[in-house]
Design a protein around this ligand. Structure first.
Ligand SMILES: CC(C)(COP(=O)(O)OP(=O)(O)OC[C@H]1O[C@@H](n2cnc3c(N)ncnc32)[C@H](O)[C@@H]1OP(=O)(O)O)[C@@H](O)C(=O)NCCC(=O)NCCS
Length: 190
């Protein structure tokens, strides 16, 4: 449960109600963003293996994804076109910061705003929850993703040697949502 406080008292919002409100206010129309269900874990894990973990041991297995879908401090979003899952994002909400664990959009659906839509929804949820710092790691050689995150306002703040299986470096990126929050209308105010 995420809650906000306004002049009239405490207002409780569920993740589902935030999602409905966000979809209503956004220009997204060709795809649907939904909370992941337990049964989404297999295609998500396969997509991660194919698009994110290429050449590395499979870390985001169906079992691990299932645990994140069930975890109370995680939000796992999916993007669907009709009945086909074409992208997803996993974010963990900590006490002081949120961490983007995984983001993936299928090859034939990239550059259509889906990655941006998933991130923007999660960031708005973070702000509503009072969390203004988002961090992530990305493979150093993933220039596409690094460019994507920079476009969305993320800064590269460090490099972690051997982060992936002891063999590949990660770039650590972070996004300060305070400024974004001041510039954008909050959920429910549009
Ligand atoms: C990175 C990824 C999630 C981006 O998702 P996407 O839906 O294609 O991205 P969007 O269409 O929302 O792009 C938003 C903006 O990011 C930038 N961007 C995205 N892909 C880019 C690319 N290949 N080259 C340069 N800029 C890019 C652009 O500015 C783009 O806006 P524009 O299309 O209006 O110019 C997607 O490429 C992907 O899933 N890659 C494989 C998995 C991966 O690397 N995941 C991230 C690591 S966990």
């Amino acid at each position: 449960m995420i809650c906000t406080v306004d002049e009239s008292g405490v207002r409780h919002l569920t993740i589902e109600s935030l999602l409905v409100e966000w979809m209503r206010n956004s220009s997204v129309s060709q795809f649907t963003i939904k909370l992941a269900r337990a049964s989404d874990n297999v295609w998500m894990a396969n997509m991660s293996r194919r698009l994110v973990e290429t050449g590395l041991p499979w870390a985001w297995t169906p079992g691990r994804i299932a645990r994140h879908i069930a975890h109370r401090d995680c939000v796992v979003l999916t993007a669907y076109v009709q009945r086909r899952g074409i992208g997803f994002a996993i974010m963990h909400f900590g006490e002081d910061a949120a961490h983007l664990n995984l983001l993936c959009v299928d090859h034939d659906r990239q550059r259509k705003g889906i990655g941006r839509a998933l991130i923007e929804w999660l960031e708005q949820s973070a702000v509503v929850a009072g969390t203004f710092d988002v961090g992530l790691e990305v493979r150093a050689n993933n220039t596409t993703a690094r460019q994507f995150y920079r476009t969305l306002g993320y800064r590269e703040v460090g490099q972690v040697a051997g982060y992936y299986n002891g063999t590949e470096d990660a770039i650590r990126m972070s996004h300060d949502l305070r400024r974004v929050h001041l510039e954008r209308p909050r959920l429910g105010e549009a």
